[in-house]
Design a protein around this ligand. Structure first.
Ligand code: UDX
Length: 439
């Protein structure tokens, strides 16, 4: 089938190449001509495992190409996927101007029968608006252009794997014709056993918010539990394991630590909260999830302050700056929130991250970025393990401790075994579980 993808960011580009490798003919378009040029030259503009290889392969097969002209991109398309950004406004709601503009331009040039499918995360009710946009942009009564909602659930760092083999494909439509077109697009996936869930459009839009908010809720539950465990002398990891053995709960997303960040959870929580309020329902639980998340950074800051007393003139080393391992993304990254708190309190802050050093420095210019964890810890009064990279979990603690002025380790992600930390000479502060005592 002929597929058009509007927006070649994280979601759009992954959609382009995975649709192409499943046998569709894909044209991607974007408002950034430089990006299109680089894409046509075979250069992936961001890192995701196997993205570069797949882009190179599908370009050489001619199954995907990138054009600036919307008319050319959507002229033969059976489905146009809208994958443009929905940044957050100061008020918390999603800014849908790019979505409106893209749909309006696509509708002017798409053939009759095309389905315009939103993949961008949009609040419930957006499709109703988009239908009006389509009608205004293409008033021709003989032309039918359908709207569908097809939210993505891609995780950064695993986006190609998630797109190739999603837990489920969710398609919201209001007409049988649109439903059938979307079934045809996803036939290569459903034939391989991937479940396709078909709902109305409002339900699909809301389901995306519900999934992200619930995952964030699980993390905040674990973090609130960590605060209680720290007071009660209990072990949050053991409790999460016990909870996880109940198949109604599940173990995933119950790791207490420095909290969630990234481009989705913080933004989606706010947008969902705004949406609920607009619909006349107060949903303070969502705000509480964010508050507990902020508290996780605060609790770690207080551990450092408790260990070092005065922070002025002290050096704190942060191991891990990305919002999670496997990415250089620092958007809403809790380690950077911690870095800012420490800088404001007068500490000198060094940081190391296998991928995110450069982006972190652009966000927090006071950071001193190190080339490796040991350089980062050199002369430090305290080191904080902030992101759960394997490389950080496998650090040689004895070497790390020897590089420091004072061997204090705040383990904000519970990466280390407390006994090994003590054996390496550290004063050790875990998260939500008791520090082991020397027998
Ligand atoms: C998330 C959703 O998983 C994805 O389905 C959606 O489409 C976009 O948002 P992503 O932002 O890539 O994906 O990150 P994810 O892997 O879900 O992790 C989110 C954050 O939660 C990270 O900061 C991670 O460190 C944190 N986290 C995760 C915890 O603090 N504890 C956990 O137990 C799990």
């Amino acid at each position: 089938m002929n597929i058009a993808v509007v927006g070649t960011g994280h979601v759009g580009l992954i959609t382009c190449v995975t649709m192409a490798e499943k046998g569709h003919r894909v044209i991607g378009t974007d408002v950034d001509p430089d990006k299109l040029q680089r894409l046509n030259a075979g250069e992936a503009p961001f890192y995701e495992p196997d993205l570069q290889e797949t882009l190179t392969r599908e370009l050489s097969k001619g199954s995907v190409r990138f054009v600036a002209d919307m008319a050319e991109a959507v002229g033969d398309a059976a489905v146009v996927f809208i994958c443009v950004g929905t940044p957050q406004r100061a008020t918390g709601e999603a800014n849908l101007a790019a979505v409106e503009e893209s749909v309006s331009r696509a509708a002017r040039h798409a053939p009759s029968g095309t389905v315009i499918a939103e993949k961008s995360t949009v609040p419930a009710g957006t499709a109703r608006r988009l239908r009006e946009v389509v009608k205004r942009s293409r008033p021709d009564p003989d032309v039918t252009i359908e709207i569908a909602s097809n939210p993505e659930f891609l995780r950064e760092g695993r986006a190609m794997a998630d797109a190739r083999k999603p837990d489920r494909i969710l398609v919201g439509t209001d007409t049988e014709a649109a439903r059938q077109t979307m079934r045809d697009v996803y036939e290569p996936w459903t034939a391989a056993g991937c479940p396709l869930v078909e709902t109305g459009i409002d339900t699909a839009e809301l389901a995306k918010h519900a999934c992200n908010a619930f995952l964030a809720l699980k993390i905040s539950f674990a973090n609130a539990l960590a605060r209680i465990c720290e007071r009660a002398g209990a072990d949050v990891t053991a409790i999460a394991d016990v909870m996880g053995m109940d198949e109604r709960i599940g173990r995933a997303f119950l790791n207490a630590g420095l909290g969630f960040g990234g481009s989705c959870f913080p933004k989606d929580l706010k947008a969902f909260d705004r949406l609920a309020a607009e619909l006349g329902y107060e949903f303070p639980l969502l705000r509480e999830v964010q508050r507990i998340n902020d508290e996780a950074v605060d609790a770690t800051f207080r551990k450092v302050a408790e260990a070092l007393w005065n922070l002025e003139g002290k050096k704190v080393a942060l191991l891990g700056l990305a919002f999670k391992p496997g990415t250089d993304d620092v958007r809403f990254a809790p380690p950077l929130a911690l870095a800012r708190r420490l800088v404001d309190a007068g500490a000198a802050v060094s940081g190391y991250d296998p991928e995110a050093g450069g982006p972190a420095l652009r966000e927090v210019p006071e950071l001193e970025i190190a080339a490796d964890p040991y350089e980062c810890a050199a002369g430090a009064d305290c080191v904080v393990a902030c992101t759960e990279w394997d490389e950080i979990a496998r650090i040689d603690l004895v070497r790390l401790g020897k590089a420091m002025a004072v061997p204090i380790l705040v383990d904000a992600r519970n990466l280390f075994d407390g006994t090994s930390a003590l054996d390496a000479g550290f004063t050790y502060y875990p998260t939500g579980r008791p520090a082991p005592v020397i027998a």
